[in-house]
Structures are given as C-alpha cells and as structure tokens.
Design a protein around this ligand. Structure first.
Ligand code: BTN
Length: 258
C-alpha cells in the first residue's frame, strides 16, 4: 500500500488549524519524544508534529522500551495546554487514536486505563505523555503515540500485554497516511472540545474497558488488587480494595484479572 509519510502528504488538505500545520518527518530516529523535547526548547509552535517511520530507542511508559519497526506509526505532538487541561491530554490522545482506528480500519478498540489502546484484549497502541514548564512560563505537553499498523505483532517485545497490529487484526494492510491525518484531525477537535466542559472526560470514561473489572494496579513500588470502580475528572483511578477501602491511583499500570 503506497502511503509514504511526508510533510506534503500529511499536510496537504489537512483540515486542522494548528495540529499538524508543522510536520518534521524522519525515516529513522532514536525517539520522537527526544526530538520533540528539543523542538520545545527551540520554541516550536503549538501543534508541531515529529514523526518517523522507525525508532531505534522508542520510549514506553515507566521506563519501558517501545518497539517501533517499519510499518508502525511513531509520532509526538507538541501542545501548550493551560494547567487545568493537562490531565485531559491522555484522554484526548486515547480517544483520537480510537476514533482514527474506527474511521480508517473499521475496527472497534477499547481503552485500558490510563491510555493503552486494545483490540480483542491485545495492545495495538501505546501513548506516552510528557509534560513540564517551558522557560518558567507556559506548560508544554508532548503526546507520544505509537501504533502497530502494518507489521507482524508476534515479532514485537510483549512487555506487559500481548501486542497486536491493525494488519494482524484485519488480514490486510491499512493506510498509515489516512490514519495519521485522521488522528491529527481528531486530536485537534478533542483538544478544543476539552476546553469547553466535560465531554472528553465522559467519553473517555465510557470507553474504558477497565471499569468494573478486578485488576492489579501497580503504582510506584506498590501493587494493589481491587475492583476498578470509577475514574476521576483528573484521570485518576478509584480502586475498591479487598478490605472495602477506596484507593486513588494517580499514575500507574493495571493488569486486568477478570
Ligand atoms: C507505552 O505504552 O508504554 C507507551 C508507548 C509510547 C510509544 C510512542 S512511539 C512515539 C513516541 N516516541 C517514543 O519514544 N515513544 C512514544
């Protein structure tokens, strides 16, 4: 399938005002997160996207490695959100990926708290959000998205969850170009929507396959077993522990038990 990712192919006719108006394309780099962080230091405009066909040192959450061979999508989007919306970034990214996969591949992914995208219980996409304060003034958030598109997931490192890819699920290849373009469009739409109320939080919450399930939640050095009861507006997970108490997990990873 001919879907070369170039600045021109991605931006031409792209229906966004700022996300993806500036694209930095590579064929192979260490990590789009690293390049994006340097771009933030250089004062890159909001919506700048760093994208590559392959990464040699892709970063996952909690210090894990993320494999990004040919056929994947690996990109980072630079945003400068107000503090009140920082916690919405994982919601925006997960929903944008979900909608792009639905629209382009016709598959129906779910979200595993906080932001793994699963198809039939296997991980098709990982999201990493890094944020901080730029020059003591505005916040920055770098939204890193890795999607297994046209590749055999059996050859990927399965760190916590079994991986899958869109081509494995569909039995045919999917246009990476269409996916990237729709993803950027959805990210901008959701980013704007998140500023105007609770719609994004509610949609994210209703697509979490974690809620109601018994999980092991790893947070820092501790692991808690309980039922994932709800999620808060700031994205944290409320876990009903076996002794009946409620534990708030702000950041971590969950393993679905049953
Ligand atoms: C995870 O599930 O652990 C998060 C994986 C995030 C991977 C993406 S690929 C694009 C961006 N660049 C990186 O080095 N990591 C993120």
């Amino acid at each position: 399938m001919e879907d070369k990712l170039t600045e021109a192919s991605i931006t031409s006719g792209l229906d966004t005002a700022f996300i993806g108006r500036r694209i930095i394309c590579h064929s192979k780099i260490s990590s789009t997160m690293e390049v994006a962080r340097n771009k933030v230091l250089e004062g890159a405009p909001e919506g700048t996207v760093v994208i590559t066909d392959e990464q040699t040192a892709g970063k996952g959450r909690t210090g894990r490695v993320w494999s990004s061979p040919k056929g994947c999508i690996a990109l980072s989007v630079i945003l400068y959100p107000e503090t009140a919306y920082l916690s919405s970034m994982i919601m925006i990214a997960s929903l944008a990926v979900m909608h792009a996969i639905e629209h382009v591949a016709g598959l129906h992914p779910k979200i595993k708290w906080p932001n793994d995208i699963l198809i039939n219980g296997r991980k098709v996409c990982g999201i990493l959000v890094e944020s901080g304060v730029q020059g003591g003034r505005s916040n920055y958030a770098i939204i890193g998205i890795g999607i297994n598109v046209n590749l055999e997931a059996a050859y990927l490192d399965a760190v916590s969850l079994k991986p899958t890819s869109l081509s494995d699920e569909l039995g045919k290849e999917v246009s990476r170009l269409k996916l990237v373009r729709h993803l950027l469009f959805e990210m901008e739409r959701l980013y704007i929507t998140a500023r105007n109320g609770e719609t994004v939080y509610k949609e994210w919450r209703s697509n979490l396959e974690t809620l109601g399930r018994t999980v092991n939640a790893k947070s820092g050095d501790n692991t808690y077993e309980g039922v994932a009861e709800s999620v808060e507006r700031d994205g944290s997970l409320m876990l009903r522990l076996m002794d009946g108490s409620l534990k708030r997990i702000v950041a971590g990873d969950v393993t679905l038990k049953h």
